[in-house]
Design a protein around this ligand. Structure first.
Ligand code: PA5
Length: 428
C-alpha cells in the first residue's frame, strides 16, 4: 500500500486545496463524465482484465523462456516505458548481466539510432531469440523500423515459418498495420484495449508479457494494483492518491510549477521515466501542466543538488522511499580508520540511505522546496502494482483539477508531421 506524508508541504501551502473541486475531479474520473472518458478503461483494469488473455500471457512467457535466450521488446513511449520500469525495479537495472534462468531482455524501437540497434544485434549474437512487437496504432515509425529489421533477422535465422512462431504482437483488437500483418502471418497476438491509452497500459499485455518473461509474478502485480484501487474507492478524496493530486496542484498554483520525482534506489530510474511520460503527456497541454522532472538520489545530490537547494524557487519534490531493503550490506570496521568511517562500522547501508533521505528532505524544505514523501514497504510485486495504480489514478484527478483532458496527446503529432514531410512520406 502507498503511504504518503505531507509534513514537508504544509508550511508552503497558504491555501489548502478546495475540497469541492477535489471531489468534483474525483467524481468526474470515477463516473467517467469528463473529457477523454473513452480512455478510462484502466480505472477498472485490476479487477476487469481479460482472464483468458492473462492466462495466454503466462503461457507465452513460459514458451519464450523455454525456447529463447533473449527477448527483443519493440515499442516506444507508452508501449515501452512501463515494462522497462517494472523489470528494472523488480529485477534489476543490471538484469541482463546478472545470473538468471529467464531470457535477457533488450528494448528496441524506442528511438531512431542505428548505433543503439546495432548494439542489440551484437549482444544477441547467435543466441535463440523471440520478438514482442508492441504498437497500439501499428504505424509508429520508430518501432516499425526496428520490427522490420528484427523480423528479417528472425526469418534469416529460422525461416519464415520458424520466425512466425517467435513473433508476439501486442496491438489494437481490430485495426492498424500491425494487426493486419499479425493476422496475415498468424503471430500470437495480444490486445491493447480500445479504452486504455499507451501511457496507462502497463497492466495490459503491453507491459505484462515482457514483465512475465523476466520472471516477475504478474498475479501479485495485479493484486497490488487491485488493493490500491480498493483503498482509493474506500477512502475517496482522503486517499493518498487523491491527496497527492490535490497537493501538487495546490503547490503549482503557488508557483511550484516543476515537480521532481526523487527516489533513493537506482533501480527506480525507469519508473521515473514512466512517471514523466504519464504526467507530461497527460497534463502538458493548453498552456498548462506541472513540468515532470526526476533525480536519482543520492547520486544527483552531487550534480542537481546545488540547483534544487539554491536555484530558482519553482520546484516541488516528491520523494519515493522503500522502507526495507532486499539486500543486507553493512559498513565493515577498519583498524586504521584512515577514511574516518568507523563511526558507521556495522551500520546497514539501508539505514544510512534512510538518514540521507531524511537529511535531504530537511535541507530541501529549508531551501524552499516543498517535499511530499511516498513510502512503500519494500520493492516487491504488490507494492509496485500499488504504486502504478496510485500514480495513474492521481494523474487522472490531477489533470481534471487543472482543467485539461488527461487522456489525449494532440501535441505529439507536430514533430511527426514535420519529419514525414522531410522524409518525403506520401501525403506529407
Ligand atoms: O502514451 C501514448 O499514447 C504514446 O506514448 C504511445 O504509447 C506511443 O506513441 C506509441 O504508440 P503506439 O503504441 O501506437 O506505437
Amino acid at each position: 500500500m502507498v503511504n504518503i506524508s505531507f509534513e514537508g508541504t504544509e508550511s508552503f501551502l497558504s491555501r489548502q486545496p478546495d475540497k469541492k473541486d477535489v471531489q468534483a475531479a474525483f467524481d468526474t474520473l470515477v463516473n467517467r463524465t469528463g473529457a477523454g472518458n473513452d480512455f478510462t478503461g484502466w480505472i477498472d483494469l485490476p479487477e476487469n482484465y481479460d482472464k483468458e488473455e492473462f492466462a495466454r500471457i503466462k503461457q507465452a512467457a513460459a514458451r519464450i523462456c523455454s525456447d529463447s535466450k533473449a527477448l527483443v521488446v519493440v515499442g516506444i513511449g507508452g508501449s515501452y516505458l512501463g515494462a522497462r520500469a517494472v523489470i528494472e525495479l523488480l529485477r534489476s537495472p543490471n538484469y541482463n548481466a546478472l545470473p538468471k534462468n529467464t531470457p535477457d531482455i533488450y528494448f528496441a524501437g524506442n528511438g531512431i539510432s542505428g548505433d543503439a540497434l546495432t548494439d542489440i544485434i551484437t549482444m544477441l549474437g547467435d543466441r535463440d531469440f523471440s520478438v514482442n512487437v508492441i504498437s497500439k496504432s501499428g504505424t509508429t515509425t520508430e518501432p516499425a523500423i526496428a520490427f522490420r529489421i528484427f523480423k528479417q533477422l528472425l526469418e534469416r535465422k529460422y525461416g519464415a515459418e520458424g520466425a512466425r512462431s517467435r513473433i508476439y504482437a501486442t496491438t489494437d483488437r481490430a485495426r492498424g498495420a500491425l494487426k493486419t500483418l499479425a493476422d496475415r502471418e498468424g503471430y500470437e497476438s495480444f490486445v491493447v484495449p480500445d479504452d486504455v491509452g499507451g501511457r496507462y497500459s502497463v497492466l495490459t499485455a503491453v507491459g505484462l508479457l515482457p514483465i512475465a518473461c523476466a520472471g516477475i509474478d504478474i498475479d501479485r502485480l495485479m493484486q497490488g494494483a487491485r488493493d490500491e484501487r480498493t483503498e482509493i474507492r474506500f477512502r475517496g478524496i482522503e486517499s493518498a492518491a487523491v491527496q497527492y493530486a490535490a497537493t501538487r496542484q495546490a503547490l503549482a498554483q503557488q508557483g511550484k510549477s516543476i515537480e521532481i520525482l526523487a527516489a533513493f534506489e537506482p533501480a527506480f530510474r525507469f519508473m521515473a521515466e514512466w512517471w514523466k511520460q504519464l504526467y507530461g503527456e497527460s497534463e502538458g497541454k493548453d498552456g498548462k501542466g506541472i513540468f515532470p522532472a526526476s533525480v536519482d538520489l543520492t547520486p544527483d545530490l552531487h550534480s542537481m543538488g546545488q540547483y534544487i537547494q539554491d536555484g530558482q524557487r519553482m520546484l516541488q519534490e516528491t520523494f519515493v522511499f522503500f522502507s526495507h531493503a532486499s539486500a543486507s550490506v553493512s559498513v565493515p570496521a577498519d583498524e586504521e580508520n584512515l577514511d574516518g568511517l568507523n563511526y558507521l562500522a556495522g551500520r546497514e547501508m539501508s539505514y544510512i540511505n534512510e538518514k540521507a533521505m531524511e537529511a535531504t528532505m530537511a535541507a530541501h524544505i529549508s531551501g524552499g522546496v516543498p517535499v511530499t514523501q511516498i513510502r512503500l514497504a519494500r520493492i516487491c510485486e504488490e507494492e509496485v502494482g500499488a504504486l502504478i495504480y496510485f500514480f495513474e489514478f492521481a494523474c487522472g484527478v490531477s489533470g481534471y483539477l487543472s482543467g485539461v483532458n488527461p487522456f489525449n496527446q494532440p501535441g505529439v503529432e507536430a514533430y511527426k508531421k514535420n519529419m514525414f514531410h522531410l522524409l518525403g512520406k506520401p501525403g506529407y
